[in-house]
Each structure stands twice: as C-alpha cells, then as structure tokens.
Ligand binder design. Structure first.
Ligand code: SF4
Ligand code: SF4
Length: 122
C-alpha cells in the first residue's frame, strides 16, 4: 500500500497503545519547550510522549474536507524519532501494513466526533 503524498492523510505512525512508543531525548525535551511537561512523561529514567486514545497526545484528528486530517500540533518541534521516520521508507510501509486498518476505524470515530462538535458550534 503506497503512502499518500501528504502524511496528514495517513497518520498511522502516530498511533500506538504503548506508553513507551515515542521516545523523548534531552534534546527533544528542550525543543518542545513549554509543551514538554504536558506532552511528555517519565517512565523510569526515560521520557516519552504521552499516548491518548491510542495515539500520540500531540496528534489532533481534525475533520478535513477530504476526510480525517492527522495534524501534529508540534510538527516543527517533534521528537527526533518522528523526524527519522520518512514517508515512503521501509519503516513507513511497515507501519501502514501493520496498523492501517485499526487507524481507519479510530479515524472514522474521531472524524464523526469532530463533525458532531463542529455542528453543535454552528
Ligand atoms: S509528535 Fe507528532 S509526528 Fe510524532 S508521533 Fe506525535 S503527532 Fe506523530
Ligand atoms: S510517515 Fe508513513 S506511516 Fe507515517 S504518516 Fe507518513 S505516510 Fe503515514
């Protein structure tokens, strides 16, 4: 399954139930600045981004015009492990092969919630 031209149409690699999925190094913590204490947590002696509802806490699933929009709220300051995972790389293909179905279900639920919230605000 080829990746889309824009990661915002995919978001698969931002999903996991593991609390140790996204490692936050000292440099990452510094780059995250004021957001670090809220977005990251220590498990043992190491820091990781918090996970929420099966995905990274920094991921916002928006209701885009062409379907769910997987928006990283800290994109310019994201941890190195996220920077290293390139779209179209073997790791990207692996993520999409193993997790895409579960993410599609989660995205459909999130998009429905976002649409309901938007409708209530009108
Ligand atoms: S920091 Fe951004 S790119 Fe990295 S897992 Fe979280 S939402 Fe995805
Ligand atoms: S790097 Fe690959 S798996 Fe991650 S969001 Fe982009 S296309 Fe999806």
């Amino acid at each position: 399954m080829n990746p889309p031209a824009d990661c915002r149409h995919c978001g698969v690699c931002c999903f996991s139930n593991s609390p140790t999925y996204v490692r936050v190094t000292g440099e990452d913590w510094t780059r995250l600045g004021d957001d670090a204490p809220g977005l990251a947590q220590f498990i043992g002696h190491r820091a990781y981004l918090r996970m929420s509802e099966g995905h990274c806490a920094a991921l916002e699933i928006r209701n885009g015009p062409a379907g769910p929009d997987f928006f990283c709220t800290v994109y310019d300051r994201r941890p190195q492990v996220c920077r290293d995972l390139e779209r179209g790389s073997p790791e990207c293909f692996g993520e999409r092969d193993t997790k895409a179905a579960a993410v599609a279900v989660a995205a459909a639920v999130a998009a429905a919630v976002a649409a309901a919230v938007a409708a209530r605000a009108e």
